[in-house]
Ligand binder design. Structure first.
Ligand code: UD1
Length: 337
């Protein structure tokens, strides 16, 4: 079975490529390397001792995408490619809509013409907006709080309309909670450019000494310690969720949606403590005002994925912190070095 992975050089994409190769799939990656590095794929090959095909191309280039499909002839596509910085999406909405939406439309047009009509889409828990209760099940109301989130929601809607127009499509919408951690080898991990926006990469830069102090955005939320609570999930567990989704996709399910989360939340301060245990150093922090747009708490009900895919997250908070730190200390400059 041949799987085309768009955005396969990125954080979640590269970890998914490892699991795909280890599972015996033929893998090709299509990536424009705008926010990722080819080095990640070299390391994927090193971890798995298997090779994959790499196409340096942009989904906005329909001719290139068409050519890749006629050369590789995938049986399914896992679609990760897209811009993902919330703050940047607020200041550059047109860039986000053009890249994420038009890129996806191009991909889907090529797939509609040449096949396959099988796609796994990398969605996000951000489509639940500020949930009215917890834990979140897949049938909760959907909304978007920023252009990044809106692109995820719009693509889910586009895929739903596509399935209604042509029931030959098989579509899995995977809503990720908060991915963290790195491959246990320490060879691949998250490598954000510039100052990280997200909690875990920020903490790990403080631990390595390239940033001074963490800012904790608010300790006055209605949560046990007042700081934000999230469902952090190990990126390898998340990658395995894709492996479990593929047989489902090939069983002609139509359109299906799954939460990929652990089902439990940890607060910002619990994450700081977990990371301190992993790195054996202290993470200095200041409490600062809330970050606009943040919600108090968010965690998944992952029952549906367990029941229908036979998937569940198995890694603990300490595994996640240990693997994040292992990657960070072995690669203080990320892939750049
Ligand atoms: C963020 C995005 C979300 C996206 C997800 C991808 C925002 C508002 N939301 O989720 O749309 O799908 O990343 O992984 O950016 N925190 C601090 N200090 C920091 C950074 C974060 O205290 O320097 C806190 C936040 O207030 C939050 C928690 O840590 O309570 C997690 O934040 P983050 O890692 O940015 O993830 P989300 O906001 O949940």
């Amino acid at each position: 079975m041949k799987i085309l992975v768009t955005g396969g050089a990125g954080y979640i994409g590269s970890h998914t490529c490892v699991e795909l190769l280890q599972e015996g799939y033929d893998v090709a990656v299509l990536d424009n390397l705008s926010n990722s590095s080819k080095e990640s794929l070299i390391r994927v090959e090193k971890i798995t001792k298997k090779s994959l095909a790499f196409f340096h191309a942009d989904l906005l280039d329909t001719a290139a995408v068409t050519q890749i499909f006629s050369r590789f002839r995938p049986d399914a596509v896992i679609h990760f490619a897209g811009l993902k910085a919330v703050g940047e999406s607020v200041t550059m909405p047109l860039t986000y809509f053009h890249n994420n939406i038009t890129g996806t439309l191009n991909l889907l047009s090529v797939m509609a013409q040449s096949g396959p009509k099988n796609i796994v889409f990398s969605s996000s828990a951000t489509v639940y907006g500020d949930p009215a209760s917890l834990p979140i099940t897949e049938d909760f109301p959907l909304s978007a709080a920023n252009p990044y989130g809106r692109t995820k929601l719009m693509i889910e809607e586009i895929l739903t309309d596509l399935f209604h127009a042509d029931p030959e499509w098989n579509i899995a919408l995977l809503r990720y909670f908060n991915p963290m951690g790195a491959h246990a080898s320490g060879l691949i991990g998250e490598d954000p450019q510039g100052i990280p926006n997200n909690l875990v990469p920020f903490i790990s830069r403080v631990a390595i000494g390239s940033l001074d102090r963490l800012q904790v955005f608010g300790n006055d939320y209605d949560t046990p310690d007042g700081t934000g609570v999230r469902d952090f999930i190990h990126v390898t567990d998340l990658a395995c969720g894709h492996i479990k989704t593929l047989p489902k996709l090939f069983s002609n399910p139509g359109i299906v949606t799954y939460n990929l989360g652990t089902g439990r939340g940890y607060s910002v301060l619990e994450m700081v403590e977990g990371f301190q245990r992993a790195c054996g150093c202290s993470i200095p922090y200041d409490i600062v005002p809330r970050r606009p747009g943040d919600i108090a708490a968010c965690w998944a009900d992952p029952t549906k994925a367990k029941k229908e895919l036979g998937w569940e997250a198995v890694k603990t908070l300490d595994d996640m912190c240990k693997d994040t730190w292992n990657w960070q200390k072995n690669n203080p400059q990320g892939y750049a070095a």
